[in-house]
Design a protein around this ligand. Structure first.
Ligand SMILES: NC(=O)c1ccc[n+]([C@@H]2O[C@H](COP(=O)([O-])OP(=O)(O)OC[C@H]3O[C@@H](n4cnc5c(N)ncnc54)[C@H](O)[C@@H]3O)[C@@H](O)[C@H]2O)c1
Ligand SMILES: [Zn+2]
Ligand SMILES: [Zn+2]
Length: 351
């Protein structure tokens, strides 16, 4: 099959003929129909995060099942599926307590098995257990969600990462209340989904922050009530002025230290900042100590669970993660919520 091979940071991907193995056990071979370009893929190309090479990137995909391993029961050839990078084992402590996105023993092939992907006779690393920049993906069945055949696959692919991340950050991680005020930093794939999540949750004011006017216009089309151009003036100053002191909830959907700090600075006392963007490895986020007494510490990305299928369809709430609320020295402040970092969120189970 043809695939875009990643050779290392700052190098172009090249289209190569890569061999893909047959599915064994609970694996499924999927014909990739659509794959988004999430900025997380680009962070690896830019060298902000390490990954062994050669590899095939891509993790926001949808396709059609071509072949299944002998132990696969939930899928059959012809099924339309969304691929999810948070493949889970189903029996570790996290999985058994409903937090499959935190699974610590994600199913991978045994070292004694042949490699899933190989190029010129050498193994190729599978990114995010998916490697979606390829004509086919060989994945564990717990990395797939079956969808209706009528759903266009190019749009379904976006649910594999950006949509679920942004909507999930608002509905599951921050759990905003109807009537709240919200600021979303970055109006790209994830940020626009966060804007829509805030709209679904009934936020009364949704401020999109970006440096590109066309992105702000798109955010308004999708539910933002206001746009702030971070290039025009300090976005924190602008947001504070618009909200009479700051927003209840803010979301960093860019992956920048400065934006993460602004995300924290623009919330009002009792507010919660959620950092979704992938801040480069080694970079520290600086917060003002006294301000942290009155505001929540920036949180990790959204938490998904089996019953969070798609925007507007979230059923019920994520159970509180131990230490999620009230910990880290803020326990005396019932109005402050502290969340812990967690790995990226994506739909993490089959329907
Ligand atoms: N934690 C997770 O679960 C998870 C999942 C997906 C993506 N991510 C991360 O989320 C971030 C966003 O991903 P994306 O695919 O939406 O990216 P994107 O490139 O589509 O969007 C980023 C947006 O930020 C804007 N921007 C850039 N610099 C800015 C600045 N200084 N101020 C305001 N806006 C600015 C850009 O114009 C763009 O619209 C990335 O860091 C990505 O790695 C995290
Ligand atoms: Zn992604
Ligand atoms: Zn597990």
């Amino acid at each position: 099959m043809k695939a875009a091979v990643f050779h290392g940071p700052h190098q172009p991907l090249t289209i190569e003929n890569v061999d893909i193995d047959k599915p064994i056990g609970r694996e499924v071979l999927v014909r990739t129909v659509a794959s988004g370009v999430c900025h997380s893929d680009l962070h690896f190309v830019d060298g902000f995060y390490p990954f062994p090479t050669p590899a095939i990137l891509g993790h926001e995909a949808a396709g059609i099942v071509e072949e299944v391993g002998l132990q696969v029961s939930e899928f059959k050839p012809g099924d339309h599926v969304i691929a999810c990078l948070s493949v889970f084992c189903g029996h570790c402590d996290y999985c058994l307590t409903g937090r499959t996105h935190l699974c610590q023993t994600r199913p991978v092939r045994a070292k004694t098995d042949p490699p899933k992907l190989s190029w010129k006779g050498q193994p190729v690393n599978q990114f995010a257990n998916l490697s979606a920049y390829a004509e086919q993906m060989l994945v564990h069945e717990n990395a797939l969600v079956k969808i209706d055949d009528s759903m266009p696959l190019d749009r379904a692919a976006l649910i594999g990462c950006g949509v679920t991340t942004g909507v999930g950050a608002v509905l599951n991680t921050a759990r905003i209340e109807a009537g709240s005020t919200v600021a979303v930093f970055g109006a790209g794939g994830v940020g626009l989904a966060a804007v829509q999540g805030a709209r679904i949750a009934g936020a009364r004011m949704i401020i999109a922050v970006d440096t590109v006017e066309s992105k702000l216009a798109k955010a308004k089309e999708l539910g933002a009530t206001h746009g702030v151009n971070a290039k025009a003036d300090d976005p924190v100053k602008q947001i504070r002025a618009m909200t009479n002191g700051g927003v209840d909830y803010s979301f960093e959907c860019i992956g920048l230290k400065v934006a993460a700090e602004q995300c924290f600075d623009c919330i009002r006392p009792g507010g919660t900042a959620t950092v979704v963007g992938m801040i480069p490895v080694g970079q520290k986020i600086e917060l003002d100590g006294p301000a942290a007494l009155h505001r929540a510490v920036p949180a990790g990305p959204a938490h998904a669970r089996r019953d969070d299928h798609a925007p507007g369809q979230a059923r019920g709430r994520q159970r509180g993660v131990p230490g999620h609320e009230g910990g880290r020295g803020l326990a005396h402040r019932p109005d402050a919520r502290v969340a812990s970092w967690s790995p990226p969120v994506w739909i993490d189970a089959s329907c």
